[in-house]
Design a protein around this ligand. Structure first.
Ligand SMILES: NC(=O)c1ccc[n+]([C@@H]2O[C@H](COP(=O)([O-])OP(=O)(O)OC[C@H]3O[C@@H](n4cnc5c(N)ncnc54)[C@H](O)[C@@H]3O)[C@@H](O)[C@H]2O)c1
Length: 357
């Protein structure tokens, strides 16, 4: 038997992280499951403008469904997860802060529909001592972490090009994840310009907007590394991310057709550098454990009084590249950064996309 003293009830209580959830849709459901898997977190309250969704989610997770943000804050959460989409999130974060919430907020990506809104949200949260993170959970995935280690070890030489692909989705949906990772590859080397194409003839709905069926954007970092990101309705059977170096390439998560018009992620990691080495046993590039690490990173950051690795200021830099891609694609031509912070995707899409708005 261990001589370690057992924690008192009070100490156990102190370790518990009360979490509340705003937005009980698809992402909200995944967050509720994530909270239930976390060692110390516990879902105490959830809310949605559609009360039935909140009640259903609450019932499945032993939490309380509440009608207002006032009641949500009154439930005493240390962390609030906001998964309501970019049009709503800035207003929700501001209201939480106004109501006196002073813990950590994990917002879904993208944080907002314009840089001005995103930056104002970051500033307002910081000014009031609220730690704001954005759920760029891919950065915590084992294949991504391993790929960066291999790159830093010089396995494929110096990086020259990053290619990313988003199957069944839009630039606004996949872009924040892949651009966040691309920025990690080049140690946040700033982007100088972004160009793009988008086709709206077969639009896809995302975050309350009618967005493109196909987009292709490209950008350049100050040091010369190029980025390319393609998103489309149908999978192409290509890796989710490929990092080209001067001596080879590292591929993350090949997309494999399921033979029924759908797709699933294939082997997690492949290095092509004269030889070919595949790590098929590594965790899936889309593993649910990434969500758990994302929540855990925010809780640890709060415990340690530091900024989380996925803090909202970083996320805003990835958002800028997505928004610049849309502006270029919607007729603005190549965008030299910094992007006009007032450029809003809602207005941009409404003005530039047929049938959009
Ligand atoms: N990180 C990821 O991998 C990931 C995965 C899925 C979705 N997302 C992101 O999550 C966000 C939501 O996407 P979704 O697919 O869950 O959408 P969804 O429509 O399924 O869910 C959004 C929910 O928010 C609710 N809502 C909207 N405004 C609200 C408000 N003011 N207060 C309370 N509730 C409100 C809606 O009623 C809805 O139930 C999007 O930005 C999306 O990109 C991220």
């Amino acid at each position: 038997m261990s001589d370690e003293p057992k924690p008192t009830e009070q100490e156990t209580e102190h370790k518990r992280t009360a979490v509340a959830l705003v937005g009980c849709g698809t992402a909200g459901g995944a967050h509720a499951i994530t909270v239930s898997r976390h060692e110390t977190a516990e879902l105490v309250a959830c809310t949605d403008i559609d009360g039935a969704k909140a009640r259903e989610l609450a019932a499945g997770h032993g939490a309380r469904a509440v009608d207002t943000l006032d009641e949500l804050v009154a439930a005493g959460p240390r962390v609030v997860v906001v998964a309501a989409g970019p049009a709503e999130q800035p207003g929700i974060v501001r209201r939480l802060v106004e109501l006196g919430f002073r813990g950590g907020v994990l917002c879904e990506k993208p944080l907002a529909l314009s840089l001005a809104e995103a930056r104002e949200t970051v500033r307002y949260a910081a000014d009031h001592g609220v730690t704001l993170a954005v759920n760029h959970q891919r950065r915590f995935g084992a294949p991504f972490v391993r790929a960066l280690e291999l790159l830093r070890d010089g396995r494929v030489g110096a990086p020259v090009r990053i290619e990313a692909f988003g199957p069944k989705g839009t630039l606004l949906d996949w872009g924040p994840h892949w651009i966040d990772f691309a920025r990690m590859v080049v140690d946040d080397d700033p982007v100088t310009w972004v160009d793009g194409l988008a086709d709206f003839t077969e639009p896809q709905a995302h975050a309350g907007l009618r967005l493109e069926g196909h987009a292709l954007i490209t950008w350049e970092h100050a040091g010369g590394v190029r980025g390319v990101l393609e998103t489309r309705r149908t999978p192409l059977g290509q890796p989710l991310v490929r990092m080209w170096g001067t001596g080879g390439a590292i591929e993350i998560g090949c997309v494999v057709s399921d033979g029924d018009g759908g797709w699933r992620p294939g082997p997690g990691l492949r290095v092509v550098d004269g030889s070919v080495e595949t790590d098929a046993d590594i965790e899936s590039p889309l593993a649910a454990t990434q969500w758990l690490r994302s929540l855990d990173e925010l809780i640890r950051a709060l415990d340690e009084g530091r900024q989380p690795a996925h803090d909202a200021a970083r996320a805003t830099a990835a958002l800028e590249i997505c928004l610049a891609g849309y502006r270029a694609a919607l007729g603005g031509g190549r965008q030299r950064l910094p992007l006009d912070p007032e450029y809003s995707l809602r207005e941009g899409v409404a003005a530039g996309g047929p049938d959009a708005g």
